[in-house]
Design a protein around this ligand. Structure first.
Ligand code: AMP
Length: 193
C-alpha cells in the first residue's frame, strides 16, 4: 500500500489571533519531520507558514518551499528550506505544490488559505485527482469554511457527498494519526498530469 510521503500544508501568512494557531503549526512541522514525511508549503518565513517550516526544520525534516517570484519580496522567502522552488506565477506555484504532494492539510489562515483549500477540493470534486484532504479545525477556526460547504449542500449547490471530499480533524495529534494510516493515491492517477 503506498504511504503518504509528502504533505502540502496551506496556512496563514499571519500568525492569527490565538497562540494555539502558532503552536499547531510548529507541532505539525515537528510531527511531519518525525514521521519522515516531507513538508511542501508556500515557502514564506512569516506567519504560520514560517512557524510550520521552522518546526519541521528544527526536527530535522525535509522542507520544500514553493513561492512565486513576485511574492519572494513580500513574504520573504525562508532561507532555510531544504529546497526553495521559485515559480513564475501563483498558478504554477499551486500546480507545483499539487504535483509534489500525496496529501493536503489546511491549518488556520486567511483568504489565500481558503483559495488554496477550495481549489484542491474542487479539483477532487471534478475527479482530477484523488489525494486526501484534511482540514484541521484548531479551536473551531475552520467552522466558517465548513459551514460554507454545509450551506451550499443545504441550498442545493453541492451534493451531500461533497462531505466525502475532505476529512476534518480537531488537532495535530488526530491529524497525524490519520496521515500515517492513509493510503496515497496511485502514482500517475492524477488527470492534471
Ligand atoms: P493567507 O491565508 O491569505 O495568509 O495566505 C496564505 C498563503 O496563500 C500565502 O502563501 C499566499 O501567498 C497564498 N495566497 C494568497 N492569496 C492567494 C490567492 N489569491 N491565490 C492563491 N494563493 C494565495
Amino acid at each position: 500500500m503506498p504511504e503518504i510521503r509528502s504533505v502540502a500544508v496551506f496556512c496563514g501568512s499571519r500568525v492569527g489571533a490565538s497562540p494555539a494557531y502558532v503552536a499547531a503549526a510548529v507541532a505539525l512541522g515537528e510531527s511531519l519531520a518525525n514521521a519522515g514525511m516531507r513538508l511542501i508549503y508556500g515557502g514564506g518565513r512569516i506567519g504560520l507558514m514560517g512557524a510550520l517550516a521552522d518546526g519541521a526544520l528544527a526536527a530535522g525534516g525535509t522542507v520544500i518551499g514553493v513561492i512565486p517570484d513576485f511574492l519572494q519580496r513580500f513574504e520573504v522567502a525562508h532561507a532555510g528550506c531544504s529546497e526553495l522552488i521559485v515559480t513564475d506565477t501563483m498558478h504554477t506555484r499551486k500546480r507545483r505544490m499539487f504535483d509534489l504532494a500525496d496529501a493536503f492539510v489546511t491549518l488556520p489562515g486567511g483568504l489565500g488559505t481558503f483559495d488554496e483549500t477550495f481549489e484542491i477540493l474542487t479539483w477532487r470534486q471534478l475527479k482530477l485527482h484523488d489525494k486526501p484532504i484534511l482540514i484541521c479545525n484548531i479551536e473551531g477556526s475552520a467552522a466558517a469554511l465548513l459551514g460554507l460547504i454545509e450551506d451550499s449542500i443545504r441550498d442545493g449547490f453541492a451534493p451531500p457527498d461533497a462531505r466525502a471530499l475532505y476529512e476534518t480533524v480537531a488537532g495535530v495529534p488526530a491529524l497525524m494519526q490519520r496521515l500515517v494510516r492513509m493510503e496515497a493515491a496511485p502514482a500517475g492517477d492524477s488527470r492534471l498530469l
